[in-house]
Design a binder for this molecule. Structure first.
Ligand code: BES
Ligand code: MN
Ligand code: ZN
Length: 535
């Protein structure tokens, strides 16, 4: 899908559909101000008949759409759901789609931006395949035009995502063009810029979704490395290094080695370095952010084997690694001013004859020992090594992303990720970025006295907490052992990494959660400055 920006007066002549924002109001749904009777030849109502709308269940609530039936003689270009048959007018006009955007007051702040994402998604889903469509932004917006356009592009492009690499036969087409449309001609340039930014970020999100959705026997550790080695090959700002099993052993990554022992696929440790061309400098220093992602390309649970149902979606267990690398992909494309180091430990977790056994003790990169009581708590083992390496890189902050615990799904469900951090300022930045991007996070505590939950009889710590108690916190307590005093934030995306249904701008399967949040931070000069100021 191509995303463009234009004013309502400068729209292309070959549009198939025009989306008109409609507010919810006390007197029924009404088109936003500035919606004129003729937008690119579409029949657009200046007022709506509340009875007509009510009969069709359309109130203007965010996420609702309704195909508008213009005068009887007009022809709609598209055979849209709910639209009448072909008319007799020989000039085909764009079909008008009413797009609910809620109360006028709601179109402000982060919530308003999310409303636009969802409205664009609903519009794109209504327009369907093969079409060229324009969505008008309401005059009542109290949102920066570039941010609004980026939101429309994200919501529209991501709602159009499908994973069909392994489908044979005829596949439905996509929307070909989405024009983010402003009423004022002077704002068209900002709309075009924001639209391009949103579309570029969405591209990285879709790559993360593709990687998660790919069958696990295809997306092996080596294959995963190859994807990014190829993708970053021609970028002079990025260097890629991959360690094989031998190197991983030589570097004493005992957690990663221990998890990989039961698999016939060799492990990898992928390290990607981004050096900004146009850096932000604070006292002559470039802020340095380290991103770490859990890359279990398939989690069977190992000898502590999962059930068949529990294993079904475990190709998703590399979603953290995909998220951090795809965030870098977006951040680099958008010219991030920060230095960024990405580290992803990659392996399968399998129950082969050489697999690590419950009771075994592993020594992580930083020398600390971990008693493995449950081989299904493998994420924290591979992250222990990767976080140790991240600390060695000397960053100003570390953010890790991992499908780490089923417990976070119990606590926060599938829409909100768990955030755990040793630094209030960094946690605040992550929460704010989550709000801006609609990738919601909620902070859980790291109480010092809960450290006893992971006390081991024989090693420095064990890899399980107490049955049925604060599983997400126990996992994060273990990670905290490997970040030292570096400001660190951990995102547990076990619930948000995949979606059970295609809804709003999500598609069933991998969500790409974290890409937009991290890309937001990584392209923020203010965030970069905050990293160095703490000293
Ligand atoms: N990859 C899983 C966590 C997970 C669960 C991700 C559900 C996505 C959906 C992780 O490796 C795991 O198995 N965690 C265990 C830890 C337990 C054994 C201490 C869990 O949460 O049950
Ligand atoms: Mn597991
Ligand atoms: Zn796992």
């Amino acid at each position: 899908m191509k995303v463009e920006g234009a004013s309502a007066y400068g729209l292309p002549g070959d549009l198939d559909a025009v989306g008109v924002p409609v507010f919810q109001g006390a007197d029924g749904p009404q088109p936003a101000a500035g919606v004129t009777a003729d937008i690119a030849g579409a029949d657009v109502p200046a007022v709506l008949d509340p009875v007509w709308c009510r009969r069709r269940g359309f109130t203007g609530k965010p996420g609702q759409t309704l195909v508008f039936h213009p005068v009887a003689s007009a022809t709609s270009r598209l055979p849209l759901r709910g639209a009448g048959g072909p008319g007799t007018d020989d000039r085909p006009r764009p079909t008008t789609v009413l797009v609910g955007v809620g109360e006028p007051d709601g179109l402000a702040g982060d919530r308003g931006v999310e409303t636009l994402r969802r409205a664009a998604a609903a519009f794109v889903r209504t327009v369907g395949e093969g079409a060229s469509a324009a969505l008008l932004l309401p005059r009542e917006l109290r949102i920066d035009m570039a941010a609004a356009a980026a939101a429309v592009a994200e919501g529209g492009v991501l709602a159009d995502y499908r994973f069909e690499t392994h489908k044979t036969g005829d596949r439905p087409g996509r929307l070909t063009r989405l024009v983010v449309t402003t009423e004022a001609p002077a704002e068209a340039v900002a709309a075009a810029g924001g639209g391009a930014r949103g579309a570029r970020i969405a591209e990285s999100v879709m790559l993360a979704r593709d990687l998660v959705n790919e069958p696990p026997s295809q997306m092996t550790p080596q294959r995963f490395v190859e994807v990014f080695a190829r993708r970053f090959r021609d970028d002079p700002a990025i260097s890629v290094e991959a360690w094989d099993g031998e190197r991983i052993a030589a570097e004493r990554l005992g957690g990663l080695l221990g998890v990989s022992r039961g698999s016939s696929q060799p492990p990898r440790l992928l390290r990607v370095e981004y050096t900004p061309i146009a850096p932000v400098e604070v006292d002559g220093r470039i802020p340095h952010l380290a991103l770490v992602g859990k890359g279990i390309t398939f989690d069977s649970g190992g000898l502590s084997l999962k059930t068949a149902a529990g294993m079904e979606a475990m190709k998703t267990d590399m979603a953290g690694a995909a998220a951090v690398l795809c965030a870098l992909d977006a951040a680099a494309a958008l010219g991030s001013p920060l230095r960024i180091t990405v580290l992803t430990p990659l392996t399968e977790n399998m129950p082969g004859g050489r697999a690590t056994k419950p009771g075994d003790v592993l020594t992580a990169r930083n020398g600390k020992t971990i008693e493995v009581l449950n081989t299904d708590a493998e994420g924290r083992l591979v992250l222990a090594d990767a976080l140790s390496l991240a600390v060695e890189a000397g960053p100003d902050a570390i953010i890790d992303v991992a499908t780490l615990t089923g417990a976070v799904v119990v606590a926060l469900g599938n829409e909100i990720a768990g955030l755990l951090s040793n630094d209030d300022d960094l946690a605040g930045w992550v929460v704010a970025a989550g709000s801006r991007t609609g990738e919601r996070v909620w902070r859980l505590p790291l109480p010092e006295d809960y450290r006893s939950h992971i006390d081991s009889d024989v090693a420095d710590m064990r890899n399980t907490g107490r049955a049925g108690q604060a599983g997400t916190i126990a996992a994060a307590m273990l990670l905290a052992e490997f970040v030292g005093t570096v400001p660190w934030a951990h995102l547990d995306i076990a619930g948000t990494g995949r979606s059970a249904e295609s809804t709003r701008y999500l598609a069933k399967g991998g969500t790409g959660f974290g890409v937009r949040l991290l890309a937001d931070l990584a392209t923020s000069e203010a965030f970069g400055r905050s990293l160095v100021r703490r000293g």
